[in-house]
Design a protein around this ligand. Structure first.
Ligand code: PLP
Length: 434
């Protein structure tokens, strides 16, 4: 077993001062206990006990270029030396907004913010102001941040299963949530074209927006069924409803044009975050001019002290430059690495006769232990053996491989065949023990 005394000790100290001992609730789920990082470099992370891990958590997605990528570090330091933030405009904002409108097919204009949660809040506000309607359709198993407006129970299977229940059709995601906000949410099964059409036609007068992850990365990494997003586009257009694709995970991860670029869908708005900043806090809403112009004409307030700060825009520009160089070669590298890893894991599942499914969308995939042959909806996903996977994640950690306990693996552009081979050797030992 690995030694984690220092991490355990720091967690105890942390709990005295930091509410919950962690800065984001999900992090307390890590077993045997939350780890404390000492440093990260490329695809590897070191903890305070001196253990080194191949990192597939990648800070829950942002580290698309791994830890401490020299291009990001250099650009951020250079920006800091010129002043971290100004509270007035600067060239970095224009440059980043211009790049985003060039790269993202749906983007006439963009608005910058600090987190995925804030970007989603703005997108919903734009949709309500544009349509004059209140309700928002969202889907089981998707996650769109933790604001009252959109958070519902059990967004993620590795969140503590202790969210309070209520008599409302939509259960709150947390204690203290506004029940009024929940009344504006219509929760539907995803990848179910009939359910979508029925709900949209029945409530067309009330529905301002449909918000959906283009690939259901948060639970099961499920691809949309053929024609599903196209149908969502057709219906929303016909019924005067704003279509929002939440690309906080998929933006800049599946390609320079996000998932909507890859799938050829033209939503009204998208939200991006995570990979955009390569690890620095930045997010954006991008979309059609008619909607985005509600910010310019003053209909919609878009606020934030640190929006578009020099460090965040520098990190995003550096990340995009690396991802876009050599015609986007980083994406081919990530897909190749992910493919080797996924193929290897599938072979190991067969070798050890462990029933399982891997759903992959380029450089992100979900490994689940399940008797189901195919997992393409949330109801089937919830039949997986979560306890077994949690044990797998714990044993992998002991082997020097850091994976998230809900089965989602992120690959960076700096993971190589060496990491893949080391990971597969570790998985071989762990699956034999399991
Ligand atoms: C699809 C999606 N939207 C929004 C968010 C919220 O982003 P943030 O954690 O940066 O607030 C997340 C975070 O995981 C996400 O996966």
């Amino acid at each position: 077993m690995i030694r984690t005394e220092q991490s355990r000790h720091k967690y105890e100290t942390s709990r005295r001062y930091l509410a919950g001992g962690v800065a984001s609730s999900l992090r307390s789920a890590m077993k045997p206990s939350p780890l404390f990082a000492a440093s990260g470099s490329g695809p590897r992370l070191r903890d305070v006990d001196g253990n080194e891990y191949i990192d597939y958590l990648l800070a829950y997605g942002p580290l698309i270029l791994g830890h401490a990528h020299p291009a990001i570090t250099a650009r951020v330091i250079e920006a800091m030396e010129r002043g971290i933030t100004y509270g007035i405009q600067h060239d970095g904002e224009i440059e980043l907004a211009r790049r985003l409108t060039e790269l993202l097919p749906c983007a006439d204009q963009v608005a910058l913010s600090g987190s995925g949660t804030e970007a989603v809040m703005l997108a919903l506000r734009l949709a309500r102001a544009y349509t004059g309607k209140r309700k928002v359709v969202r889907f089981h198993g998707h996650y769109h941040g933790w604001s009252d407006a959109i958070f519902t129970a059990f967004p993620s299977s590795d969140m503590r299963a202790s969210a309070p229940t209520s008599d409302a059709a939509v259960s709150p995601g947390t204690g203290g949530q506004s029940t009024a906000a929940l009344e504006d949410i219509i929760l539907l099964p995803w990848n179910d074209a009939e359910a979508l059409e029925r709900a949209l036609r029945a409530h067309r007068e009330e529905i301002a927006a449909v918000i959906s992850e283009p690939v259901m990365c948060n639970n099961g990494c499920m691809l949309p069924k053929a024609g599903y997003l196209e149908q969502m586009r057709r219906l929303t257009e016909e019924l005067g409803i704003v279509m929002i694709l939440d690309e906080v995970i998929t933006g800049f991860r599946l390609g320079l044009g996000g998932a909507h670029g890859k799938l050829g869908i033209q939503p009204d708005l998208i939200t991006i975050g995570k990979a955009l900043g390569g690890g620095v806090a930045i997010s954006a809403v991008a979309g059609r001019r008619e909607l985005m112009s509600l910010i310019e004409d003053g209909t919609v307030s878009h606020l934030g002290t640190l929006n578009g700060n020099g460090v965040a825009t520098a990190a995003a520009l550096a990340t995009i430059d690396v991802l876009a160089s050599d015609d986007g070669a980083a994406y081919a590298t990530m897909e190749h690495t992910a493919r080797l890893l996924v193929d290897g894991l599938r072979e190991l599942l067969a070798k050890h006769e462990i029933p399982g499914v891997i759903n992959q969308a380029g450089p992100v995939f979900n490994l689940m232990f399940t008797d189901e042959p195919i997992v393409e909806d949330f109801a089937t996903f919830t039949k997986k053996d979560a306890a077994k996977y949690s044990r797998f994640a714990e044993l992998m950690l002991a082997e020097g491989v850091l994976v998230r306990s809900n089965g989602l693996w992120y690959i960076s552009a700096v993971h190589t065949e060496r990491e893949v081979n080391d990971t597969l050797r570790a998985a071989d030992r762990v699956l034999a023990d399991l």
